[in-house]
Design a protein around this ligand. Sequence first.
Ligand SMILES: Cc1ncc(COP(=O)(O)O)c(C=O)c1O
Length: 437
Amino acid sequence: MSSATQLTPTAAPPPAASARGRWIDHWLDTVGDLEALRSGHPMMDAVIDEIDGRMIRVGDQWLADFASCNYLGFDLDPEIIGAVPEYLERWGTHPSWSRLLGSPALYEQIETRLTELLGCDDTLVLPTITHIHASVIPVLAASGTIFLDTRAHKTIYDGCQVARSRGSAVRRFRFEDPDHLDELLRNDHDRARLVCMDGVNSMTGNAPDLQEFAAVARRHGALLYVDDAHGFGVIGERSPDERSPYGLRGNSIVRHADETYEDIVLVGGFSKAYSSLLAFIACPTEVKNLLKVAAPPYLYSGPSPVASLATVLAGFDVNERRGEDLRAELHRHTARVLATLRALDVRTPNRSELPIIEIPLRDHNRIDAVGRMLFERGVYVTLAAYPLVPKAEVGFRVQLTAINTDAEVDTLIAAVTELAERGELQLASQHPVEATG
Ligand SMILES: Cc1ncc(COP(=O)(O)O)c(C=O)c1O
């Protein structure tokens, strides 16, 4: 065959190119709905050109932002912003040692204050929860069996996949179903058992019945590993003095549920309520010391930037002095939106009054159009498209923050009311189990 023949357009593509084509087509097929939104929708993969409080500008459009997880508004808190330059002056912008090589004293200060806040034995901080799941779950699983919540966050799932590749078995229990977990644990005789689940769920906005899950895990000698990325900073210990059902101090789900840390490992992050790039694991000192030599990010990954360490420390101060006011305001905004949904008979899985409100669409094919309408009305939300969520739950997620204004919440309420009147949203009365309030 001549070289000229090989170059004609009708010639079969070289094997490498065709293999590559099949590889990417497979992926695009799986994530087609999401990719169509990503490449064509103004509310996905957007460039945010400017912010003004919780208003954001995308191109020419100003929108009220209900998509961030900055629940306490620490990202824009003048006291926290004002605290950063002094830390940069003293420590530079970035330590750039892996933690095993050396950590600025700021880390010790953070771990000491965090341990006191949570009321646990000890804490270890690493840059992100994703790092923690990928490195700590395989260590704790100890090549035994992991019992994984079917609706656990993708990063937990990925951590379990790493553990599986190191010899662990993974079994899945039904979401919010401690009886199913009990049944699986009863029928399994592995000596090392780890139960992995979310605290406050990032889609439903509800917390699991931690006491119930902890009781089941303890009954079978299993360790319970809980990711409370969304609860930390928002929910905390209960008290007659509390100003909202969130409780006090934002010290996370274990304290909120009035549980102990016995056989519970709590993971949380500062990247949501504390608006900082840092995450933690609350565990006994013995486990912390093991993780220092067994969890790869402590040995091999770069650290968080100094500005993030500074905003965590300043965040602790603000949480102590103004946290209850901020949580009360966060709850007030959330309760207003939930009351509107109730009045409109609109379905949401939120039963908790926590600031994550998912609103599913009646027809999942309408996600593009509904998103565009919200964008035009000046409302920025997270689109929950398939396959991020099952088709029956395709919709949008609203997250409130303490520093949203009443006017911004009014704009959201007007847009949701319009969607309900147009028949775009599911009816709560047709899903009575989930009805709010
Ligand atoms: C439940 C949950 N876990 C973990 C993460 C990831 O956290 P990080 O950014 O610290 O890796 C998220 C982020 O959205 C989350 O919602």
